[in-house]
Design a protein around this ligand. Structure first.
Ligand code: SPV
Ligand code: MG
Length: 291
C-alpha cells in the first residue's frame, strides 16, 4: 500500500523532520526506498537532466507525470511532486493538482516564478516572480483541487533566489500561508546556511518549513532539526549527481583500460540488477504457470 502525506504529518506531529530524496526514474526511486528515506522527490531538475535537458520548463506536464506514475508503481513511499509553476495560471493549477494527486503524489511543491521558469541554482539566473496576489490565487486553486485533505500543498517562495531579501521573502511566505499553503519551501543559493537560518529564525508563521540544502551542504540534518521549524528536508539532486559521478568514472576507466576487466569488481554484479528486477518472481511464475 502506498504511504501518503499522513506519514509526513505523523513525523512532524512528533517533532521530527522527514527526509526526502530525489529520483528521476523507477529504479532510482526503488533505491531511495531501500536506503530508508521517508519520501521521494519527483524533481523537475532531475527529470529534465535525465532527458539531457535544462530545467527551464521544457519538459511537459505529461512527461513529468508519466515518469512520476512509473515511480509510484514501483515504490510505496509518499511522493512530493515538483510541479514547477503549476503549468500555467490558477485555472491550469486546478487541473495540474488533480492530475498529480490521481497519479499518486502526496504533496505538490509549486513555485512563485513566472512561466517559463529558470532553474533556481544557476549563477546569474533570470528569476522573475509572480505578483503575490496572483500566486495566492494559484495556491487557493491548488487547495480547492485536492481530494484528500491530508494532501499537502507546499508553496515555494523564491524571493531569496530572486535576490529580493529576507523581508520580501517573509512577506511572501506569510501571504502564501494566508492563502492556504500547508507548508512553505524557502529556497536559497547561498553557499552557507546563514541566509536560510536567518529566514527560519525570523519566521513567525505556523506553516512548517521545507528546505533543499543543495547549495549549502553544511546544513546537516542535526543543524536543520535544531531550528525546530523544518518539517521536510529535500535532497534535491543527489540521485542524478551520484549516477553521473559513477558513470563518468566507470566509462572513462573502460576506455583507458581497453576492456571491462578492471572495473568488473567495482560495479554491482548483474545478479544485483536481477534482484531489483525481481527475477526470482519471474522464475517462480514460470514454474507455476508455464506448461
Ligand atoms: C528540483 O530538484 O527540481 C528543484 C530544486 O526544484 S532546485 O533544482 O534546487 O531548484
Ligand atoms: Mg524543480
Amino acid at each position: 500500500m502506498r504511504k501518503t502525506s499522513k506519514n509526513f504529518r505523523e513525523i512532524m506531529a512528533n517533532g521530527g523532520m522527514a527526509r526526502v530524496m530525489a529520483a528521476h526514474n523507477p529504479l532510482t526511486a526503488m533505491l531511495v526506498e531501500e536506503a530508508g528515506f521517508d519520501g521521494l522527490w519527483a524533481s523537475g531538475f532531475e527529470f529534465s537532466a535525465s532527458q539531457g535537458l535544462p530545467d527551464v520548463s521544457l519538459v511537459s506536464m505529461a512527461e513529468h507525470i508519466n515518469n512520476m506514475r512509473a515511480m509510484a508503481e514501483r515504490t510505496t513511499l509518499p511522493i512530493v511532486a515538483d510541479i514547477d509553476t503549476g503549468y500555467g495560471n490558477a485555472i491550469n493549477v486546478l487541473h495540474t493538482v488533480q492530475q498529480y494527486e490521481n497519479a499518486g503524489a502526496s504533496c505538490v511543491v509549486m513555485e512563485d516564478k513566472t512561466f517559463p521558469k529558470v532553474t533556481s541554482l544557476i549563477a546569474g539566473g533570470r528569476q522573475e516572480l509572480l505578483p503575490i496576489e496572483e500566486f495566492q490565487g494559484k495556491i487557493e486553486a491548488a487547495v480547492s483541487a485536492r481530494k484528500d485533505p491530508d494532501f499537502l500543498i507546499i508553496a515555494r517562495d523564491e524571493a531569496l533566489i530572486a535576490g529580493l531579501g529576507e523581508e520580501a521573502a517573509l512577506e511572501r511566505a506569510a501571504k502564501y500561508e494566508e492563502a492556504g499553503a500547508d507548508m512553505i519551501l524557502i529556497h536559497s543559493k547561498q553557499k552557507t546556511p546563514d541566509e536560510i537560518e536567518s529566514f527560519i529564525n525570523a519566521w513567525t508563521g505556523k506553516a512548517p518549513i521545507v528546505i533543499v540544502p543543495t547549495a549549502y551542504p553544511q546544513m546537516t540534518e542535526e543543524r536543520a532539526k535544531a531550528l525546530k521549524k523544518i518539517g521536510i528536508l529535500i535532497y534535491g539532486n543527489h540521485a542524478i549527481r551520484a549516477a553521473v559521478t559513477a558513470m563518468q568514472q566507470i566509462f572513462s576507466r573502460i576506455i583507458e583500460d581497453g576492456g571491462i576487466h578492471n572495473v568488473n569488481n567495482d560495479i554491482v554484479p548483474v545478479s544485483e540488477i536481477f534482484r531489483l528486477q525481481k527475477m526470482d518472481e519471474v522464475k517462480e511464475n514460470e514454474r507455476r504457470f508455464l506448461r
